[in-house]
Design a protein. Structure first.
Length: 329
């Protein structure tokens, strides 16, 4: 079995090559299936939004002897029958209860009911209220942040690479990452919170970084080709992706190890909700970002450029030269 260093050297020289561009139709079909599947997930399992987006009341019961969530649900229902209630365990001795918006009187009664249900003093029950206008403002600001990020990304990449087609391929790759990550979020039943939004923007930044590295190598290869190149444009793009493959894998592994530790140990074990929200989005998004750069963005860029007259003419010359060499042999 070859070592990673030997594999990396073979990939860089072209001795070993994976057909990222050659089998792009297969990769595009796979990407379409993943995107469509992720987009359909909310139809069967609606996306849950946190209280910061929907508004409502939140109660936290600390220092409880038992963490039976049914006690909280029954306590809230005893005060406000039919109220929507979401109960979660925080750490080993705390309960978080999120409900519909309640009046000040109902809040006091629920606080007393929760204290009685868990046999703690009322001082151990804290409450907070988030109004609908604040939730709407958070939603609006999150969407604006995403739109501004994508617009600036398109502009900066177009200026840096001096072609809008790289920007278009990169943006499509970023949207692919976002849709699949949100789909996984919905499938796992996790709610979208401000911390999750921060995680989404973080993985988009990571995906942009990974894509830029690969595209920079693509630009280097295609510029070096010149008129006397012996490679087709798609082959130069494929070589660049293979040359950065080991680096992409190593970067992805290094990135998911700490976020995986936070997700599976700090969040799911210790029960830190904020850590769960942000670490899951980063963990899933990092893996999807690596896939999207290799199998979507780079092959798509090659597809967008191959029909340009200059590139098409050069590819025809390369094919003709190969045909002559084969006939002479």
């Amino acid at each position: 079995m070859r070592s990673m260093s030997t594999l990396g050297n073979d990939l860089y020289t072209g001795k070993t090559s994976f057909p990222f561009v050659g089998k792009r139709r297969l990769w595009f079909i796979l990407a379409a299936v993943l995107v469509i599947g992720s987009a359909l997930v909310p139809l069967f399992r609606p996306i849950q939004f946190s209280i910061e987006f929907t508004g409502g009341s939140q109660f936290t019961v600390s220092n409880v002897a038992v963490t039976d969530q049914a006690l909280a649900t029954d306590a809230v229902q005893s005060v406000v029958p039919g109220a929507t209630t979401k109960v979660s365990t925080v750490g080993e001795d705390a309960i978080r209860v999120q409900t519909d918006q309640m009046t000040a009187e109902e809040t006091q009664e629920v606080t007393a009911a929760l204290a009685s249900a868990y046999d703690v003093s009322s001082a151990e029950v804290t409450s907070s209220f988030i109004g609908p206008s604040w939730g709407a403002d958070v939603t609006r600001q999150s969407l604006w942040g995403l739109a501004i990020f994508l617009a600036l990304t398109f502009l900066i990449l177009a200026l840096y690479f001096r072609t809008w087609k790289m920007s278009a391929a990169a943006i499509i790759g970023l949207v692919d990452v976002l849709i699949i990550t949100v789909g996984v979020y919905a499938l796992c039943g996790f709610e979208i919170s401000p911390a999750a939004v921060i995680g989404f923007l973080t993985i988009l930044s990571y995906a942009l970084y990974d894509t830029t590295v690969v595209f920079d190598k693509i630009r280097e290869n295609t510029l070096e080709d010149g008129e006397r190149s012996s490679r087709l444009f798609g082959e130069s793009v494929n070589l660049a992706v293979n040359q950065t493959l080991v680096r992409s894998i190593n970067t992805t592994v290094v990135a998911i190890l700490p976020t995986g530790a936070i997700l599976f140990i700090g969040a799911l074990w210790l029960g830190a909700q904020t850590l769960t929200d942000i670490s899951l989005s980063i963990f899933v998004g990092t893996i999807v970002a690596a896939y999207s750069t290799l199998f979507v963005a780079a092959p798509l860029y090659s597809l967008l450029r191959e029909n340009e007259p200059a590139i098409k003419a050069r590819d025809e010359r390369v094919r003709a030269a190969r045909a002559l060499a084969l006939a002479a042999a």
